[in-house]
Design a protein around this ligand. Structure first.
Ligand code: DAK
Length: 257
């Protein structure tokens, strides 16, 4: 696909969005665009049922490309607008289960990239952080918002004000990381989990929407959304298959239709 970002799909309907820009997958404007395209492919392609985002065995991503950013002025950033944010929004809105498999550093925009996924599976040597403050910046691709929703206001402030790095075990305790695995296993484990989700019903998409959109609403509106999506499940083939299988005392083979 792109020069630095590829999407490959296996026989189980699991796509891997793979970043590959040595040495640290620094996110330059070309990668922002390629990530957006990858997110769109994963959204549009019906053969893709679940997604793993991976930066390879050494590093997830050390953030936006500081050398490229140093040369940019206000007008250029203004013109680029929320370029990276828009890319990350596309990834966060992939209506399928997504897992970030994190080896090594996930810093700044790299940490924010991992936050676009439903889950973060981390290598035991992974390190997460929002070090932008040390550059005279604040997080600009969702870090002040998605991180806060995940680990809470005061912990997010500690991360963003301090700019420190946190190991995988600490992140697991905070709820930022969902699983910790040996470094050479983390990608395979993420794919294995994604394959299990790929066999799940269309209702997974309804569940993702209910949770991700509901959390942005007041409780009454969120409950109305839940009711609408719950009801919509009855329009899916998988609801019929699931209930028929229960009544026949078997297990359903879902179609995600
Ligand atoms: N950008 C560019 N180059 C980077 C880089 C980065 N983020 N991180 C590392 N490198 C380069 C280093 O300069 C070095 O290059 P050479 O000197 O070999 O040419 C090479 O990668 C290896 O790095 P180190 O020599 O430093 O290796 P270490 O193992 O000692 O340390 C490290 C690895 C990842 C811990 C360290 O390099 C580091 O702290 N990197 C910076 C991490 C960081 O500050 N990340 C946050 C970047 S700011 C936007 C919204 C959001 C953003 C941008 C735009 N918009 C709304 C448009 C996001 C901003 C950020 O992410």
């Amino acid at each position: 696909m792109g020069e630095f970002v590829t999407v490959t799909t296996d026989a189980h309907g699991v796509a891997t969005i793979r970043l590959d820009r040595a040495p640290v997958n620094a996110l330059n404007p070309q990668i922002w665009a390629e990530l957006r395209e990858a997110g769109q492919v994963c959204t549009d392609d019906n053969d893709i049922k679940a997604v793993v985002i991976w930066g390879g065995p050494k590093v997830f991503a050390a953030g936006a490309d500081i050398k490229a950013m140093r040369a940019m002025d206000f007008q250029e950033f203004f013109a680029a607008g929320g370029g990276l944010q828009e890319s990350f929004k596309t990834l966060a809105r992939i209506p399928k289960v997504t897992i970030a498999a994190v080896n090594g550093y996930a810093l700044g925009g790299g940490c924010e990239l991992s936050l676009t996924a439903d889950f973060r599976y981390a290598a035991d040597n992974a390190k997460f952080g929002q070090p932008e403050i040390k550059l005279g910046l604040i997080p600009g691709a969702g870090g002040s918002q998605r991180l806060t929703r995940l680990i809470g206001v005061s912990k997010a402030k500690e991360w963003v004000y301090g700019g420190e790095m946190y190991d995988a075990q600490t992140c697991e305790q905070l709820g930022l990381v969902d699983r910790v695995y040996p470094a050479d296993e983390v990608y395979d484990r993420a794919v294995e989990a994604a394959r299990a989700y790929a066999k799940g019903p269309y209702a997974l998409r309804m569940a993702k929407k209910a949770i991700d959109e509901g959390i942005e609403m007041d409780i009454d509106a969120a409950l109305r959304l839940e009711t609408t999506l719950f009801t919509a499940c009855f329009a899916t083939e998988d609801q019929k298959l699931g209930m028929d299988a229960f009544i026949a005392k078997g297990a359903a083979e879902f179609t995600q239709r």
